[in-house]
Design a protein around this ligand. Sequence first.
Ligand code: NAP
Length: 332
Amino acid sequence: MNYSADETRYDRKIYRRCGESGIQLPAISLGLWHNFGHIDDYQNSRSIALRAFDLGITHFDLANNYGPPPGSAEENFGRMMREDLRKYRDEMIISTKAGYLMWPGPYGDGGSRKYLIASLDQSLKRMGLDYVDIFYHHRPDSTTPIDETMSTLSHIVRSGKALYIGLSNYTPDLTRQAAIMLKKMGTPCLIHQPRYNMLDRWAENGLLQVLENERIGCIAYSPLAQGLLTNRYQNGIPADSRASKPHGFLKEDRVEETLPIIRKLEEIAQSRGQSLAQMALVWILRDPVVSSVLIGASSVGQLEDSFNALNNKNFRSDELERIDKILKAKYK
Ligand SMILES: NC(=O)c1ccc[n+]([C@@H]2O[C@H](COP(=O)([O-])OP(=O)(O)OC[C@H]3O[C@@H](n4cnc5c(N)ncnc54)[C@H](OP(=O)(O)O)[C@@H]3O)[C@@H](O)[C@H]2O)c1
């Protein structure tokens, strides 16, 4: 069936400025790490992506290694671009990354000029694109001089193969250093992508402050802690859930360990008339430095549930205090 986007997709005001740039991102963006590989059902992946676009979600996040197998999420997304989304290209912010192992030998991993440029060329080919909107260094590489990585990112933007630069998983110090270098090169860093959710608040220990000071946007990945911060594991571990998949990074013991906290958080969510997933997402968006939360979804229903978080974004101070108390108790 020929796809035609929902004409009301921009009626909801869901966009937030990304740092000090000209770019606005949807408060909720869609990531293709899981559920978009060749091992997944293509029609389900396609329905999720197209429903996202219909809801006004203009930002789609990929990486060279997403699948499995690695590269297949980009190939599937390329098919969607070719068959469904081509005419909407200028309405979309598409990102990809390099930084983890992608091919054998000394040039398929890390942060060298050789790896980053070759990887982006491969990604563009898989997706059938002339350029990506954001190209990220996926993680810092202590074996490559930071000026080599930054000058390569800057070169990539000048070459037109990416419009903006992103950094992911960089510490506060490295982010500051990189931001200063990139600014001097005339190609400032647009955005940082850290893991940030109720169960992992490391970004609050310096990173968010650096991003605010440097006027860099923040997009929080795994905002639902890969599904822990949802009702997914209320009655055990469903066979089709991430925790039961051999290629997933969410382990069963992690599910069991967090259940008591999840149940307490669930009570607060219920009293707000929200699902836990919805509350977990807007809790991250309470900080204006965060431009977007980068969700995953294995079904259209999950995507819609998460998207509806935006119907109730405000917290009372006593709710935030109760949440803090629950989260802090976890470390005792
Ligand atoms: N830069 C990096 O190093 C890095 C690392 C990781 C991720 N990322 C990016 O962040 C994106 C999101 O990561 P993530 O998939 O871990 O995000 P997440 O939103 O924390 O977890 C997504 C999972 O939660 C469950 N879920 C989602 N919505 C739900 C709902 N409303 N109700 C119940 N369950 C729900 C689903 O699990 P089931 O599959 O079990 O149904 C879904 O696959 C990735 O796709 C990628 O783009 C970046």
